[in-house]
Design a protein around this ligand. Structure first.
Ligand code: XCC
Ligand code: SF4
Length: 615
């Protein structure tokens, strides 16, 4: 049966690949989502609990069946506990990624990771000052200590505006140590521990803050030190960046520790020579998901697509190696790669996959391993079956790499011009639009339409993650996209030569957005919750996104989700997240699947903030 592919994605390249996959009789996440229908109603509402072996327990949302678990847990307790465990997993993912970056940084400081060097000395010096240490190794140790710290404070929480920090302290949600908060989630959600939904959610906020102003921020800062702080660079996005006559290597996952080395190895003259000898014209590295964002913004490495395009990329039949590390890598890839000549190469001891070739990556001999991986891709080129190759033509130009430093640079050295534009109303406000793809939402539909609506109404958009890649593919990251913006925003973008949607990086780089928000709030002498700003994740799916949404709310930002989180089983939890949080934190969640309505919610919020500020 031929599905209407246009219902699955708005991206022409993805539509083309979905058709070709369907003709080949293969399946993707979209097909598997269909096979999952109807999805478990208890799960959707957050009303099932497997936290002990008296269960599994589930609550009947219609009030006819059981209203409590065997232990007596109510819907409020079960929903809150499940939500907390999602936050913990998301915070753990970002923070464990940060730990790897810190570990590498420490090895570099000790001279034990010769493949890496410090690329941004100035940033390292600033960090040393911030931590009050005076050597690279002391900085490495101070950063690593943040994970296992027992009493805090986590250094970067001091970057938050004073009022925000004081609020966290007053509410008892100032994080004490990154790992500590995550462990405490696991403890408090164990049977018979914290059975007060509000108390649970407060700890969820604390854990998420330890991610945003801790783990994620550490990852961003140390990656900048090691690989360079991004500055604007032009590149291309979408499956058309794969090249018919070259050895195509996709780097997919999250940690630039790996992808940086693959990029370097692919530029090695010996490797290029070998590729030519094997009949290819060269080696083409392309990114996917957040590791794609990392090498895109630092090196202009083109990016093949976002989360839902990983299977589509393999199905082009033109990928010699899909090299993966951690996070957002579908376990379906190995079997799919087996239908083509593609080698799925796993590299992290933390992440092995069915039917993958495991080539484990260690910092001490990173470049050598990267070369071995590139070599195996080259050797695989001869196995490519030309009759199976199908590369869509689409590739869009994009300007990326707007770190905080780069934004200030583009503004001529200070945030003042931006503040003036906001105060004067030429820029109505700021929106952070971020997050995943989810086959429950038409691929890229939520992302692209929400962003377009916002810029049309003079809201400057900052973006990361898979939203950034959706925008890149849709041409919204080109300076010319200013034409799609309202008159005020258009003028500012044209004067500065920047797009109306600023690519700030990968998902850990949402920490850059926090730093920007804090700087603007400080400059205006207000808290983040007073800013004419809002956030959204139109197509989110991952637990990391739950942690992100929670720390943006904890930071005082109104945050609109495009897919419904599994909390509707508890009206009390819903009220707390969508209402109570506003009084407590100045920021709260809203859920709105329709991107046009979501834009309106965000703009209404921005306008009411403007009125309160008297601008
Ligand atoms: Fe993953 Fe970061 Fe989500 Fe994309 S946006 S699907 S988490 S790659 Ni972070
Ligand atoms: Fe059931 Fe309570 Fe055990 Fe959860 S913790 S499975 S609700 S008995």
């Amino acid at each position: 049966m031929v599905k209407d592919i246009r219902e699955r994605s708005i991206d022409p390249a993805s539509q083309e690949m979905l058709l070709s996959i369907q003709r080949a009789g293969l399946e993707t996440a979209w097909d598997r989502l269909e096979k999952q229908q109807p999805q478990c109603g208890f799960g959707e509402l957050g009303l099932c609990c497997r936290n002990c072996n008296m269960g599994p327990c589930r609550i009947d949302p219609f009030g006819e069946g059981p209203s409590k678990g065997v232990c007596g847990a109510t819907p409020d307790i079960i929903v809150a506990r499940n939500l907390l465990r999602m936050i913990a997993a998301g915070a753990a993912a970002h923070s464990d990624h940060a730990r790897d970056a810190a570990h590498t940084f420490k090895l570099v400081a000790a001279g034990e990771a010769p493949s890496y060097q410090v690329k941004d000395n100035a940033k390292m010096e600033r960090l040393m000052k911030e931590y009050g240490v005076n050597s690279q190794i002391a900085l490495a140790e101070a950063v690593m200590a943040e994970f296992g710290m027992q009493e805090g404070p986590i250094r970067f929480t001091r970057r938050a505006p004073k009022k925000r920090l004081q609020l966290w302290q007053k509410l008892g949600i100032e994080p004490r140590g990154i790992d500590r908060e995550i462990v405490e989630v696991m403890h408090r959600t164990h049977i018979g521990v914290d059975n007060d939904y509000a108390n649970l959610i407060l700890h969820g906020l604390r854990t998420a803050v330890a991610d945003g102003w801790g783990g994620s921020m550490i990852a961003t800062e140390l990656q900048d030190v090691l690989f360079g702080t991004p500055s604007p660079v032009t590149s291309e996005a979408n499956l058309g960046v794969l090249l018919p006559n070259q050895v195509n290597i996709i780097v997919h996952g999250h940690e630039p520790l790996l992808s940086e080395m693959i990029v370097a190895a692919a530029e090695d003259s010996e490797m290029i020579e070998l590729a030519r000898k094997s009949g290819a014209q060269g080696i083409n590295v392309a990114g996917m998901c957040c590791t794609g964002n990392e090498v895109l913004m630092r090196h202009g490495v083109p990016v093949a697509g976002n989360f839902l395009q990983q299977e589509l990329a393999v199905a082009t039949g033109a990928v010699e190696a899909m090299v993966v590390d951690v996070q957002c890598i579908m376990p379906s890839l190995g079997a799919l790669a087996g239908c083509y000549h593609t080698k799925l190469i796993s590299t992290s001891p933390k992440a092995k996959f069915p039917s993958s070739t495991h080539m484990e990556f260690h910092e001490e001999e990173a470049f050598e391993t990267a070369k071995a991986i590139v070599l195996s891709a080259i050797q695989n080129y001869q196995n490519r079956d030309p009759t199976k190759v199908h590369i869509p033509a689409e590739r869009s130009e994009c300007m990326v790499g707007f770190s905080v430093e780069a934004i200030i640079g583009a503004l001529g050295g200070s945030l003042d011009p931006l503040l003036e534009a906001i105060k004067g109303g030429t820029i109505r406000g700021l929106a952070a639009v971020v997050g995943c793809n989810n086959p429950k939402v038409k691929h890229d539909f939520g992302h692209v339409n929400l962003v377009k609506e916002l810029i049309k109404k003079d809201v400057l958009v900052v973006t990361t993650g898979c939203n950034a890649l959706a925008c890149a593919k849709a041409g919204l990251l080109r300076p010319e996209a200013a034409e799609l913006a309202g008159e005020g925003l258009k003028g500012v973008c044209k004067a500065l030569g920047v797009p109306p949607v600023l690519h700030m990086g990968s998902c850990v780089d949402i920490s850059r957005i926090l730093v920007t928000a804090a700087a603007i709030a400080n400059a205006l002498g207000v808290d983040i919750s007073d800013l004419p700003a809002a956030a959204a994740a139109p197509e989110w799916m991952s637990e990391k996104a739950v942690s992100i949404g929670t720390y943006t709310v904890a930071s005082g930002v109104y945050t609109v989700l495009g897919t419904v989180p599994p909390v509707l089983g508890s009206q009390n939890v819903v009220d707390l997240l969508t209402n109570g949080a506003r009084d407590l934190l100045g920021g709260c969640f809203a859920v709105e699947p329709d991107p046009f309505k979501a834009a309106k919610l965000m703009i209404d919020h921005i306008d009411s903030q403007r009125r309160k500020l008297g601008i």
